[in-house]
Design a protein around this ligand. Sequence first.
Ligand code: DX5
Ligand code: ZN
Length: 212
Amino acid sequence: MIIAPSLLSANFLNLEKDIQMINESKAEWFHLDVIDGGFAPNITFGIPVIEAVRKATDKFLDAHLMINHPEHMIEAFVKTGVDSITVHYEACTHLHRVIQQIKSYGIKAGVALNPHTPIDVLEYVSKDLDMVLLMSVNPGFSGQKFIETTYTKLQQLAGAKWMTNALIQVDGGVSLENANGLKLSGADVVVAGNAIFKSDNPLETINKLYGI
Ligand code: DX5
Ligand code: ZN
């Protein structure tokens, strides 16, 4: 299972230090939570910050766009050098088109589902997807409580007859306590923000998550 530390929980006064810590860790991905204050109730960071992060790491940059009308911003995010872009099903009237738009730049395309959104909405786009992100909290903030129904949803997705080999990512409230259950239920990637950055020893926490 891939561990994707979420930079939203990092120290923005010294981002370089936290990026270096991830660079030296086993973590393979950086998870970048972009929120616009419209789709979800927070405003985080955007293109200039991601450009700076790109200069500080060679690791996989996984952009999670919690924004309305992501189709207007795909090209700008591609230019920052991210390796994947995940958009929300709930933010895309023409989801099929947005997925093709992302893939046309040769990067990976993901779709995220809010906790209340059923998995079946992805059946007819599944073959085009590189990743499905299941939100295990409502989008907006790090440090929220994990929503337990995610396990059932995850098992349903992993076992869906239409599911391809797209990676399954779980995002929100992931911890050392629930990561093993998520792995057993079919998660390929887990995002962790507070569990890593607010722990006493973030490097050790990443190691422990990889040991699960
Ligand atoms: C929520 C974000 C998550 C979140 C993860 O809107 O998509 O990535 O920041 O943080 P934790 O792991 O603290 O829930
Ligand atoms: Zn996220």
